[in-house]
Design a protein around this ligand. Structure first.
Ligand code: GUN
Length: 328
């Protein structure tokens, strides 16, 4: 007979403790599932397959494959892991891919020199400088050095301006990924009340602009917002991007709302003492009881960001080919 703790791992937790009640609440909630899952992992695979097909046709027509250069300065392990995932997806889809690794001590002038070379390299159509950069480097100056046509992150002021004006350009991958999930699942956006939680340049601001372009009524909330729970309660679409684990409580979610959770944090796992688990900005199980649709963490927005990087690189290739083919 196996010990009780093997069959019921929570039985070894002290009854009445915080960890015990959290573990129990997860067990109870697992039985009252409701919202449909927005499966970003599966969707990203479909999109990457579609892109691969387009790249096969480009090569078959005798043209060179689109190329992406990724610059990683320093040895931040999380950045190295993200860059690795981006590169693997890139190579799988058939892009020409280049990784430029620079030491933490790299001079800004050296980084700017590398970007200048990549700007004029005909094999490269997309340039991504992984953030954060080493502290002594001016990130804004680095972003501005990238040719806006090759700016697959959509961080250059020209692309930020185009996004704000509602013009076609390159928009930040995570923001595009959030909208792509909604569109691919045929979730209506027009006229809906959308709340974007978080005002970062990478996610919150561009996602708000893209939702506005889709004719949502957009509210941006942040750390200084008063009555945040009430704002969430009235949102048909919630995009949570604040990087605070399970900050948005399940009972704040409007009935049948669509929840896009951009956050990803590693926290202690109450059901497996000594282990961690990944959670988003939203209390997933409780929110799912009320939501109509919800992204899981992991497996929601994260894989979509990578798929959108490939989509942006292909878009950059198209922009550059069109520019080179048009009469000067
Ligand atoms: N660091 C975290 N997210 C991103 C991103 O989307 N692009 C880049 N370049 N760096 C990041």
């Amino acid at each position: 007979m196996p010990p009780l703790s093997e069959k019921f791992p929570w039985s070894c937790l002290p009854i009445g403790s915080d960890v015990y009640s959290r573990a129990m609440s997860h067990i109870v909630q697992e039985r009252s599932i409701r919202g449909n899952i927005l499966d970003g992992a599966a969707l990203s695979k479909t999109i990457i397959e579609e892109i691969k097909g387009k790249l096969d046709r480009i090569r078959a027509s005798g043209k060179p494959a689109p190329g992406l250069a990724v610059i990683l300065a320093g040895d931040n392990p999380a950045s190295a892991a993200y860059v690795g995932a981006k590169q693997r997806a890139c190579e799988k889809a058939g892009f020409f891919s280049l990784l430029e690794r620079l030491p933490e001590t790299v001079a800004e002038s050296e980084l700017l020199g590398l970007i200048a070379r990549l700007n004029s390299d005909p094999k490269i159509h997309g340039i991504l400088v992984q953030l954060p950069l080493p502290a002594k480097i001016d990130s804004a100056r680095v972003m501005q050095a990238i040719d806006p046509l090759k700016d697959v992150d959509g961080f250059h002021p020209v692309n930020v301006g185009k996004l704000t004006l509602g013009e076609d350009g390159l928009a930040p991958c995570t923001a595009v990924g959030c909208i792509e999930i909604l569109k691919r699942y045929n979730i209506p956006i027009k006229g809906k009340k959308a709340l974007v939680l978080g005002r970062s340049n990478i996610v919150g601001k561009p996602t708000s602009m893209l939702l506005l372009k889709e004719n949502a009524t957009v509210t941006m909330a942040h750390s200084q917002t008063l009555n945040l729970a009430d704002e969430v309660r009235s949102a048909d679409i919630l995009v949570a991007a604040i990087g605070k684990p399970e900050f948005v409580k399940g009972n704040w979610i409007k009935e049948s709302a669509v929840v896009i959770d951009v956050g990803i944090s590693s926290v202690p796992n109450p059901a497996k003492p000594g282990h961690n688990r990944l959670v988003g900005d939203v209390e997933f199980l409780l929110a799912r009881e009320r939501a109509g649709w919800i992204t899981p963490v992991p497996g929601g927005v994260g894989p979509m960001t990578i798929a959108m990087l490939l989509q942006n690189t292909l878009k950059a290739w198209n922009q550059i080919v069109a520019k080179n083919e048009s009469p000067q």
